[in-house]
Design a binder for this molecule. Structure first.
Ligand SMILES: O=C1O[C@H](COP(=O)(O)O)[C@@H](O)[C@H](O)[C@H]1O
Length: 254
């Protein structure tokens, strides 16, 4: 496991320069990710480990594994802080809610202090909700200005939609141009709910970004994002640290 931000110097990684790891299947993928997260948590010694979780269906297997007897007692949950990379603006009890998925697959099975879990608030007013979450992040970060060399997140987990979106950075939405705010919202034209999302600058303030993608249905879009430099939102992800694509063979090929 590499943990060397200094190896990539000032520049950090982008979605197209990051490392690619192709694992045999989704089970191996979840096992690799769970052991990486445990490793990072152990490396932080007494310091908190801040993880921004991805939503959708792909990371569910990872969350279930982290919540299983194989991992849950080994994870130092008391020093792990769980944030969300994006959220659908539906109640947290709704089956479309990313928080709901994380609660069912992980939170219900682990002994994590309540104060360590940071769901995105859901309000009728998405601007207000985004401001509240940004203020929460800024309070934890200790500043309202992101500084290079002081990453907001240790790990940002990201998925990849078939239309090239990641988090809730959807094609054609104004949030793609956001350079100041850490959290914002959008109404994607072909997704049913308003979304809240971390912005590019907030995601870039990270030690590790891990794209977690599986299944044959994602093989083509991965190629377009990674190899063909097509201008999908996911292709514009950067980090001051390392970026890893963790794929199963169906998505990543040989
Ligand atoms: O809508 C979303 O989609 C992406 C990808 O989801 P998946 O179901 O194809 O894995 C996800 O990363 C994002 O968090 C989610 O809100």
């Amino acid at each position: 496991m590499s943990d060397k931000i200094e190896d990539i110097g000032e520049k950090g990684h982008t979605a197209t320069t990051g490392y690619v790891l192709v694992l045999s299947d989704v089970i191996a993928q979840a096992e690799y990710l769970a052991s990486s997260i445990l490793h990072h948590a152990e490396e932080k010694k007494g310091e908190p480990l801040r993880i921004a979780l991805s939503g959708g269906s792909t990371p569910k297997r990872l969350y279930e594994l982290l919540g299983s007897s194989e991992y849950t007692d080994r994870m130092p949950w008391h020093k792990i802080h769980l944030f969300f990379g994006d959220e659908r603006m539906v109640p947290h009890t709704d089956s479309d809610s990313n928080f709901h998925m994380v609660k069912e697959s992980l939170l219900a099975h682990i002994d994590i202090p309540f104060r360590n879990v940071h769901p995105m608030p859901v309000l009728d007013d998405p601007v207000k909700a985004a401001e509240i979450y940004q203020a929460e992040l800024q309070a934890i970060y200790g500043s309202d200005t992101l500084q290079k060399g002081k990453p907001l997140f240790d790990i940002v987990l990201l998925g990849l939609g078939g239309d090239g979106h990641t988090a809730s950075l959807f094609p054609g939405t104004p949030v793609l141009h956001e350079q100041e705010k850490w959290v914002s919202w959008s109404q994607p034209s072909d997704a049913p709910h308003k979304r809240m999302t971390l912005t590019y600058p907030a995601i870039a303030s990270s030690r590790f970004v891990m794209f977690v993608v599986s299944g044959e249905s994602k093989a083509q879009i991965i190629r377009e994002v990674r190899d063909e430099n097509k201008p999908y939102p996911s292709a514009a992800i950067t980090t001051e640290g390392e970026l890893h694509w963790i794929l199963d063979r169906a998505a990543g090929g040989e």
